[in-house]
Design a protein around this ligand. Sequence first.
Ligand SMILES: NC(=O)c1ccc[n+]([C@@H]2O[C@H](COP(=O)([O-])OP(=O)(O)OC[C@H]3O[C@@H](n4cnc5c(N)ncnc54)[C@H](OP(=O)(O)O)[C@@H]3O)[C@@H](O)[C@H]2O)c1
Length: 420
Amino acid sequence: MNDSVYGDNRPDLLDLGDMPQFGVVPKNMHAFAVRQDRFGEPKDAWRREVLPVPEIGPKDVLVYVMASGINYNNVWAALGYPVDVIADRQKKGEPEDFHAGGSDASGIVWAVGSQVDDVKPGDEVVVHSGWWEPDDPWVLAGKDPMLASTTRIWGYQTNYGSYCQFAKAQSHQIQTKPKHLTWEESGCYMLCASTAYRMLMGWAPHTVEDGDAVLVWGAAGGLGAMALQIVSALGGKPVAVISDEDKRQFCLDKGAAGVINRKDFDHWGVMPDTQSKEWVDWMKGARSFGKAIWDCLGERKNPRIVFEHPGEMTLPTSAFVCDLGGMTVICAGTTGYNVTMDLRYHWMMQKRFQGSHLANDEQATAVNELVIAGKVDPCLSGTFSFDEIGHAHQLMHENKHPYGNMACLVNATEKGQGAS
Ligand SMILES: NC(=O)c1ccc[n+]([C@@H]2O[C@H](COP(=O)([O-])OP(=O)(O)OC[C@H]3O[C@@H](n4cnc5c(N)ncnc54)[C@H](OP(=O)(O)O)[C@@H]3O)[C@@H](O)[C@H]2O)c1
């Protein structure tokens, strides 16, 4: 008896790039996955496997993945740190003992659940990675779903993401693929772009306004490259931070008003005791970094928004240089979680320290419209083959990856396809 939503007479497995007739879904698929017994260096932890194609629920869609983006979250998944995503899901009752991840995808909608009426098979799409239980009371009440207790990051905290030949997503995650972009360009940007958009536009009244100075850490990275362009598109003046002069021109090309090389300073890390001599030296470093921002802007202007993600190494400086009444907004702690700041500047200058995580549907749509309008470029930095998924994560883990956002081909057989 057939108990699959995909019917019977299904082929067992298709080669990558082998496109069946619409509605035909094989029983198994090629995928890249992590298992607990190989947690560690991403190049070894990520391995190609054949896995069953997941069944979809009434509000889900199945996407025939053409290309996938590489994100830092699946470096963490490979390491099994700070969260073992497999154990975490098993605690919630999910049976799978693997993590088939991937949080950015471009592809073609292949099958839809019985209650899906806003997307249809054949639609060319990108997937944004905000996932939540559709019947979460918070979501049903019309509140920001990113603050719902059921929210997860698709392809990191959920299984069957974009490193799968067929990915399982919820219909609300689906966004229109920009027609002018190739599959790999379309597949590489959404997670970073939507996260950057929420950080910059989601925390009123601290949203980017005309002429605002915005300090952008890791400006040639995935998040940073998106932030530079979003700030520019909204009339702000982004100041970029890099660690390598080779990245300078890239940042200027993406709209930076000026670029600071953090290697010119050495006051990084946990802030010393404010009574110590080391703190006096630290303060000199922080002040000279602030002066470098003014030099970039050509005026004594402090950033109204500081776009943070390195965390421990940079946060004390971010909190110091942030303007009177400004906001430091942070979505990660790549360099560590033990955060310090000089509270005196924080309260006296009435600054805001705001956490931010991914994006809701409206924010994903808003940034996708900037991409569709050509105001934000995905900054595709390199396209890898399906079998290089582990290698691409390893480069990211070692901060040796090319600037911008990386992609891997999945069912797309060659680079450069999919644009019209
Ligand atoms: N919460 C969310 O929703 C969300 C979404 C996306 C990403 N993230 C997280 O955000 C972080 C960055 O992601 P990404 O995609 O932009 O990664 P990425 O492409 O690797 O960029 C990170 C940048 O950080 C900079 N950096 C590295 N070490 C640093 C240090 N010690 N001090 C200052 N800057 C340093 C590097 O630039 P330079 O060496 O040139 O300075 C690097 O280019 C990751 O931890 C990721 O997991 C979170």
